[in-house]
Design a protein around this ligand. Structure first.
Ligand code: PLP
Length: 365
């Protein structure tokens, strides 16, 4: 029989499978424990807004019909919320899907995509699938090196991906830095600002990508309902772009890509500003607590603008992961990002943070 891998497109063989880490269920089964504190995927432990839960319950009865393919109600609400043109909004199955759509719509084989190293996993994934070429620019002190990224632009550059805040380090690039960078980006390059953690930022110097969308640049801002809004399991996110750019993405969108329940929950969440406030507050308090504990333990960490902290535990990250797991806590190892002694820990509830800190003290003792 023909080896299936001889039929597969060569580029697909290069893809390293996404490593989601161990699920709480796997850990419970493996260790025979009841409760797992999952601080591995930057989810929101507060869960969704009560209004979103009510909206999902109501929408559940309608799942026998296909959802609105244009996500009209949500698009209108998002346009009003951000004061942007509704024609420029594209809703996707998580912002992951919009990254994928960007690849499908814009990348020809051999064209270059610039992003920081280490990258968010979807950037190389999309680039490889499209037979395009990744140009990875090493971070500088955990922050995007925007001058080096600008210097890497060639006439083959098609897109630039900037995760701001930056996953896995939690750092940001400022409004001034982005402005200077954008002044060097030619108009035939599409810049994607991945702002999955936007709502957690408390640094006044932060710069989002919307001004460039409003200027009509070839720019797109991605936001998500997975983080602050606590809807990661529903898979819903969106892009805000100039209408022409959004129209190109809609060409490659699957007809019914976003479930009706997800649309209803996102709409209700958007109408509950307290959800964002509560989540923001939890992260602010949590990060102060963690910084303090890390200081007490003498551990170096990267001050964060997101809902996770990248911390140097001083031992092999995989060993640390295994030992924490035996205490019922899961985190993300830094080795996958090229930092073999770091872990990335999501900021949880006060109780979860305490559980993590106690476990870490035990592991490092
Ligand atoms: C930087 C970054 N971009 C995008 C995403 C994907 O989010 P979504 O759940 O909306 O697909 C994540 C999720 O962790 C992320 O960290």
């Amino acid at each position: 029989m023909t080896d299936i891998w001889q039929l597969v497109r060569p580029s697909i063989k290069q893809i390293k499978p996404y490593s989601p880490g161990k699920s709480s269920q796997e850990v419970k089964e493996e260790l025979g424990i009841e409760e797992v504190t999952k601080l591995a995927s930057n989810e929101n432990p507060l869960g969704p807004s009560p209004q979103a839960i009510a909206a999902m319950q109501q929408a559940a009865a309608d799942v026998y019909i296909y959802p609105d393919p244009l996500c009209r109600d949500l698009t209108e609400a998002l346009a009003a919320h951000w004061d942007v043109d509704p024609e420029g909004i594209v809703v996707g199955r998580g912002s992951d899907e919009i990254i994928h759509m960007l690849g499908l719509a814009f990348l020809n084989p051999g064209e270059e995509v610039i992003y920081s190293s280490p990258p968010f996993a979807l950037y190389p994934f999309t680039t490889i699938i499209m037979d395009a070429k990744s140009v990875q620019i090493p971070h500088k002190d955990f922050v995007h090196d925007l001058p080096a990224m600008a210097a890497a632009i060639t006439n083959r550059t098609k897109m630039i991906f900037i995760s701001n805040p930056y996953n896995p380090t939690g750092t940001i690039v400022t409004a001034d830095e982005i402005k200077e960078f954008m002044a060097q980006v030619p108009d035939d390059v599409v810049v994607m600002f991945d702002e999955a953690y936007y709502e957690y930022v408390d640094d006044a110097d932060y710069g989002d990508g919307l001004p460039f969308v409003e200027e009509g640049r070839n720019a797109i801002v991605l936001r998500t309902f997975s983080k602050t809004y606590g809807l990661a399991g529903l898979r819903i996110g969106y892009g805000i772009a100039p209408p022409e750019l959004a129209a190109a993405l809609k060409q490659v969108r699957e007809p019914f890509n976003v479930a009706g329940i997800a649309q209803a929950a996102a709409l209700a969440s958007l109408q509950d500003p307290e959800q964002v406030q509560r989540s923001f507050q939890l992260v602010q308090e949590g990060k102060e607590y963690l910084y303090n504990e890390f200081d007490n333990m003498g551990l170096g960490y990267v001050p964060t603008q997101a809902n996770f902290v990248f911390v140097d535990v001083g031992i092999d990250s995989q060993e640390c992961f295994d030992a924490l797991m035996r205490c019922g806590v899961t985190v993300r190892t830094g080795d996958i990002f090229g930092f073999p002694t770091y872990i990335r820990v999501t900021i949880g509830t006060a109780e979860q943070n305490r559980h993590f800190v106690n476990a870490l003290c035990e592991v490092l003792a």
